[in-house]
Ligand binder design. Structure first.
Ligand code: NAP
Length: 395
């Protein structure tokens, strides 16, 4: 039995992970679950999966959960905040950690899991984008593994020979990251300023949390994934190409020097990469239907429009700058997306805020985690200042 901790268990990835685990009761045991505020859903998950530890973001919610667990005679302990997340990631009996917290909030626990030598299933791409090689070094020092959950990176992983993270596989010319294009692929540029959060979150192919849904609508998600792919697969900036593929059936491709291009295909359902990484190198049922090649029809591929989606170009520039630039990009994006979701910023102003922040915060080298955290804090302050100052960006 593999002991599993799920950080972000109440989110879209967390719930899909529990769905896969529930199909294999003899193979996985849930040891720890963690969320921020949704204590009622976490209680329901504790009833079903009986973890040793449950974590919530603040003490008042944790008290409510602890009282409810006691009243039902459940033995789950309750912990709070960052210390609780780290306890969950490193708890005795945890071999696999699903890192599925959204945003920079997942960095500390993902690093802790890596240092402790766990198998880290990385959905929380922001943690890798921010910390870059520091997370890869933590995986190497801990002696564990890092398996990508993003469907694109999981697809690339499946098309590569086995090897350590961060090292370019022999014979790889480049990788092609597929992008659905999100809900605004065919929406005229002039209309984008007026789109609402609900429209931005109505993704045509994937059901996801609200932050990543907005990132998919701006294509910042693809920009973050481009940085993630360079780091995970040891590739220079020019060796990761983005291609729009609206059907989201081909999840990404690896091009080799001999002219072969390998792809991984499947329905757009995160349970496939989750099941792959949970069981790797075995294969297990995920609950996802097989593709019917006879009904698939034609698949389309096109170049991304960087005028329509300036966030992609901003991420490419941050990838080229390196150092603290990806952390600053990520932090400015998190602040701008939160403001958009709260109705304080126009959709098109997300990219403008990020651009301003990157202009006023030149990249510095990263020697230690403190450099990353400082760049993150500076960029958050700068982005909040830009949004506060307004400049016609208000929704
Ligand atoms: N959804 C997808 O299909 C998908 C695909 C590829 C990659 N990813 C990546 O996976 C990550 C999660 O995405 P998602 O769509 O699952 O997001 P989501 O639905 O918004 O879920 C986020 C989860 O993180 C928890 N959380 C947030 N802040 C926290 C904190 N400070 N402490 C503890 N828990 C915290 C939330 O708890 P509450 O519910 O209590 O707020 C929730 O369980 C993101 O990095 C995303 O980019 C997602």
């Amino acid at each position: 039995m593999n002991g599993v901790a799920i950080l972000g268990s109440t989110g879209s990835i967390g719930r899909s992970t529990l769905d896969v685990i529930a199909r294999h009761p003899g193979r996985f045991r849930v040891v720890a679950l963690a969320a921020r505020t949704r204590h009622e859903l976490l209680l329901e998950q504790c009833r079903t999966f009986r973890p040793a530890l449950a974590v919530l973001g603040d003490a008042a919610d944790a008290d409510l959960l602890a009282a409810a667990l006691r009243a039902e005679g459940l033995a789950t302990e309750v912990a709070v905040g960052e210390r609780g997340l780290i306890a969950a990631a490193t708890a005795p009996g945890v071999e696999v950690v699903m890192a599925a917290i959204v945003g920079a909030a997942g960095l500390g626990s993902t690093l802790a899991a890596a240092r402790a030598g766990r198998r880290v299933l990385l959905a929380n791409k922001e943690a890798l984008v921010m910390s870059g090689r520091l997370l890869l070094e933590a995986v190497a020092a801990g002696g564990g593994q890092l398996l990508p959950i993003d469907s694109e990176h999981n697809a690339i992983f499946q098309c590569l020979p086995p090897g350590p993270p961060g090292v370019r596989a022999p014979g790889v010319r480049r990788v092609w990251l597929t992008a659905s294009g999100g809900p605004f692929l065919r929406v005229p540029l002039a209309s984008l300023g007026a789109v609402t959060p609900d429209e931005a979150c109505a993704h045509p192919r994937w059901r996801m949390g609200r932050k990543i849904s907005v990132d998919s609508a701006t294509l910042m998600n693809k920009g973050l994934e481009l940085i993630e792919a360079q780091l995970l697969f040891g590739l220079p900036p020019g060796a990761v190409e983005v291609v729009v593929h609206p059907e989201s059936i081909v999840h990404s491709l690896v091009e080799y020097v001999d002219g072969s291009t390998l792809a991984q295909l499947g329905h757009p359902d995160m349970r496939t990469p989750i099941a792959h990484a949970l069981a790797w190198p075995d294969r297990i049922e995920s609950g996802v239907q097989s593709l019917d090649m006879l009904r698939l029809g034609s698949l389309g591929f096109e170049a991304p429009d960087r005028r329509q989606f300036p966030c992609l170009g901003l991420a490419e520039a941050a990838a080229r700058s390196g150092g603290t630039a990806p952390a600053a990009l990520n932090a400015a994006n998190e602040v701008a997306v939160a403001a958009f979701l709260e109705g304080r910023l126009n959709f098109t102003a997300i990219a403008e805020v990020i651009e301003r922040v990157l202009e006023c915060q030149p990249a510095k080298p990263v020697g230690a985690l403190e450099d990353v955290l400082a760049a993150d804090a500076d960029a958050r302050r700068a982005a909040a200042g830009c949004i506060e100052a307004g400049g016609g960006w208000r929704a």
